[in-house]
Design a protein around this ligand. Structure first.
Ligand code: PLP
Length: 399
């Protein structure tokens, strides 16, 4: 019998970044040497004291189902963190802990969208937003931002808003661009949103602590957006524990309750071991926790930027303000031929060619751009340097 897959799922894109990582694993298993600049996870171990907290949680011996919305001490610690860090007075009841922030984002979209509701999505965007909007039967209104330094402008926002708009997604610092909104830029967007009280801001703050020059600003810090912002965040980046699957949302109470209902009927509460480790993490000195990682990322970011300016200026490099990615233009190479005579017509073709040349990068297609690639610097500087050399050789071999 041929399995009939639902229209909803048949139309769903696979996660491209995970697909590329799988390709690299397969090539390596076949004996090929590939330098991967793909990863969206820190190349640092879980900090030892968090490992100890998790081990202690295991040794307690009990492994009950956790409450659906998370352990109360963790929800309290998250609320206290946002108060301490950003002056935002949330109640623990507004915090819903999930199996990763991806689930928190999905819970929020499912809780808010009626079929056909519009979601404003500045492009390039993180790969999962579009599929999650589609699963929740919303309609993405994609707004290109390349011409405006990868930031949504008040004018573009105004032009995109309609009576059907329900959500604006902002990701700052951004995956894939590394750009971050300043308080002034957010205030200008907030001013436009004042005239559209039905619109919520879904603020993806997962790279909030990975900032190089200035501090993160949450849209929720703007008085007119506080009641309308849903913060999604998690422990996969700054806490270096992506495999422990832990994230959360903070939202106005009715939305937090709706998200809890969704989660209660799908996965229920998140892994209790990870939750106990996260409590220890949030109670620690966060600057000390992320400091060494941030210093390494900054050194790599600067090295890559200097290299690109010197060797690949046609990729239009700029200095990212946060996260650990460069989003590079490959327009200059499209239409060119590889040494074996293949004409490269898209970022997908180019990515495949680079993989064959021994360096793994992610095509911009999944992020909404046919003319860009993303490289990650969550890998050792030596691998970055070797990867950039390979990248340059492969690009310069195009005719
Ligand atoms: N949001 C952004 C912008 C991301 O880059 C990622 C992971 O790469 C996530 C959300 C999901 O993170 P997790 O589900 O591991 O918390």
């Amino acid at each position: 019998m041929v399995a009939q897959i639902s229209r909803r799922i048949a139309a769903l894109q696979e996660a491209q970044t995970l697909g590329m990582a799988q390709r690299v694993r397969e090539l390596r298993a076949a004996g090929r040497e590939v330098i991967s600049l793909l990863l969206g996870e820190p190349d640092f171990p879980v900090p030892p004291f968090l490992q100890e907290a998790a081990i202690a949680a295991i040794r307690e011996g009990h492994a009950p189902y956790p409450p659906v919305a998370g352990l109360m001490p963790l929800r309290e610690a998250i609320a206290a963190y946002y108060h301490r860090q950003y002056g935002l007075p949330y109640q623990p009841s507004q915090v819903v802990v999930s199996n990763g922030s991806k689930q928190a984002i999905f819970n929020a979209l499912l809780s808010l969208l009626e079929p056909g509701d519009e979601v404003i999505l500045p492009s390039p965007y993180w790969v999962s937003y579009l599929p999650l909007i589609q699963l929740a039967e919303g309609r993405a209104k994609i707004i290109p931002t390349e011409e405006t330094a990868y930031k949504l402008t008040p004018e573009a926002l105004e032009a995109a808003l309609s009576p059907k708009t329900r959500v604006l997604i902002l990701c700052s610092p951004s995956n894939p661009t590394g750009k971050a909104y300043s308080p002034t830029e957010l205030a200008a967007l907030a001013q436009v949103l004042e005239r559209y009280p039905q619109v919520y801001v879904l603020s993806d703050e997962i790279y909030e602590l990975i900032r190089y020059e200035s501090q993160h600003c949450s849209p929720a810090q703007l008085p007119t957006l506080y009641e309308r912002t849903i913060i999604c965040n998690g422990f996969s980046k700054a806490f270096a524990m992506p495999g422990w699957r832990l994230g959360y949302l903070i939202a106005p109470l009715p939305i937090a309750e709706a998200a809890t209902k969704v989660q209660g009927q799908t996965t229920a509460g998140a892994n209790i071991i990870a939750q106990k480790a996260a409590i220890a993490g949030l109670q620690s000195d966060l600057a000390a926790l992320v400091g060494p990682m941030l210093a390494a990322f900054r050194e790599r970011r600067d090295a890559i930027y200097n290299y690109l300016q010197a060797h690949l200026p046609e990729t239009a490099p700029y200095l990212p303000e946060g996260a650990f990615y460069f989003f590079l233009s490959v327009r200059a190479y499209l239409g060119k031929k590889t040494p074996t005579g293949q004409t490269l017509t898209s970022a997908d073709d180019l990515t495949e060619y680079l993989l064959e040349s021994g360096v793994g990068v992610v095509s911009g297609t999944g992020f909404g751009s046919e003319t860009h690639i993303r490289i990650s610097y969550a890998v050792a500087l030596s691998a970055i340097q070797a990867g950039l050399t390979r990248l340059t050789e492969a690009l310069h071999a195009l005719a």
